[in-house]
Design a protein around this ligand. Structure first.
Ligand code: SAH
Ligand code: SF4
Length: 394
């Protein structure tokens, strides 16, 4: 036995995965370098390189000495930021990415230039105004500020099983780590040369997965994106299918870290909602609304209720009336985002009839509920809401 032991150890060493630095905040990086006998400022240099300079290789961190970079590599560290491995481009400018982590798993992220109007009217800096060049004067007479929205995944697949959603067909395959969630954003910012603080980039946690069923990693990613990357939580929106314990935790987050909240209502009453979103049997509409009322809103902030219009199921005038009543009863500063259902192979629903979406919007408006249409983006590349299923066709 003794003879084989060294060999076993060697195999373990060889197959040990590299330790990603990406995903560690500044405090954790300072701690990691201090274990190697380096001063705290080395950790801060690392944070700067990973999150502000967006390096992808240790050797690109030129603020560190070559000997320290070699030492990090010898200790098994790597940058380890998830990489974009495939890009699908839509005729409307939307891009869908497959992003791969160090273990070879992929997730999906979407870049929507000019956004999808999802944040219109939510009272935030991100949502107000159109952000067109007419409103945003060019800086230094050169490049105009840009506006875009990045749609971020929180899990591979999803366990919630909404009947109209293509992602649900995958089931839950894996939770993403904080680094994998934040890494999607930094990789896309890098690809488009986004200047944080100048370009107007909104984040929506509305890709694959249910963020509130991967709460620690989701909020860990938000913390990295706010504290290290420099994005503001008022320009981020997290969407949940109504995971009540998650909403309660979220209500206790500090305003400096808390994104805006969107709730996937999707149905006018518990009966229909339980049919299309089985999670409603566990947390029915009233319990979700009670939890949402506990989330403190910043000044001018509104809660968004998302509502997918399923032809003949949720798009009727009576449904609009019921939705208006539900939203009014919450007493919240709220708005409704209407999304025409995006079809997917084998998903047994129909798109709403022509005119039904506008009629629904007008019916809500007539009852005093602000309602906006989300533009479907990138349908031709399976990038639109509910279409993310790691489809490899362009
Ligand atoms: N899991 C979270 C966030 C991801 S889904 C949630 O459900 O809120 C983001 C939004 O896409 C949700 O509002 C969901 O209702 C909507 N959606 C899902 N499938 C859709 C489809 N096929 N067409 C249009 N919207 C869809
Ligand atoms: Fe999951 Fe959201 Fe799709 Fe429902 S709509 S299955 S919660 S990703």
């Amino acid at each position: 036995m003794n003879q084989t032991e060294p060999k076993l150890v060697k195999i373990a060493e060889e197959s040990a995965p590299l330790k990603p630095l990406f995903g560690l905040g500044e405090a954790a990086l300072v701690e990691a370098v201090s274990i190697l006998g380096e001063p705290a400022f080395r950790g801060r240099q690392l944070a700067d390189a990973l999150y502000r300079q967006r390096v992808t290789e240790l050797d690109a961190i030129t603020t560190l000495s070559k000997s320290f970079r070699d030492r990090l590599a010898a200790e098994g560290f790597s940058v380890g930021r998830p990489r974009i491995v495939q890009v699908f481009q839509s005729v409307d400018g939307t891009e869908r990415y497959l992003i791969e982590d160090s273990t070879g798993n992929t997730v999906e992220t979407v870049w929507m230039p000019e956004g999808d109007d999802g944040e219109t009217g939510d009272g935030s800096e991100a949502g107000d105004g159109t952000g067109t060049s007419a409103e945003e004067p060019e800086r230094n007479g050169s490049k105009a500020r840009r506006r875009a929205t990045i749609c971020v995944s929180s899990q591979v697949g999803c366990a919630v099983n909404c009947q109209f959603c293509l992602t649900a067909r995958l089931g839950l395959q894996r939770n993403l780590s904080a680094g994998e969630i934040a890494g999607q954003v930094v990789s896309v910012l890098d690809r488009h040369g986004v200047e944080v603080g100048r370009d107007r980039v909104n984040l929506v946690f509305m890709g694959m997965g249910e963020p509130f069923l991967n709460y620690e990693s989701f909020m860990g990613a938000v913390k990295l994106l706010v504290e290290e990357v420099g994005l503001t939580p008022q320009k981020m929106t997290v969407s949940t299918s109504g995971i009540v314990p998650g909403i309660e935790r979220f209500a206790a987050e500090p305003a400096t870290l808390r994104p805006k909240l969107a709730i996937s209502l999707n149905a006018p009453n518990n009966e229909v909602r339980s049919e299309i979103m089985p999670i409603n049997r566990k947390w029915p509409i009233e319990s979700v609304m009670d939890a949402v009322r506990r989330v403190p809103l910043r000044s001018r902030e509104r809660v968004t209720f998302e509502y997918v219009l399923l032809g003949g199921v949720t798009d009727t005038p009576e449904a609009a009336h019921q939705v208006a009543r539900l939203v009014r009863r919450t007493g919240l500063a709220a708005k409704v985002n209407l999304i025409a259902w995006n079809p997917g192979p084998g998903v047994p629903f129909e798109m709403p009839r022509a005119g039904a979406v506008e009629a629904f919007q007008q019916a809500l408006a007539a009852e005093g509920i602000p309602a906006y249409l989300r533009r479907p983006r990138g349908r031709d590349i399976y990038a639109a809401c509910g279409q993310l299923k790691r489809t490899v066709e362009g």
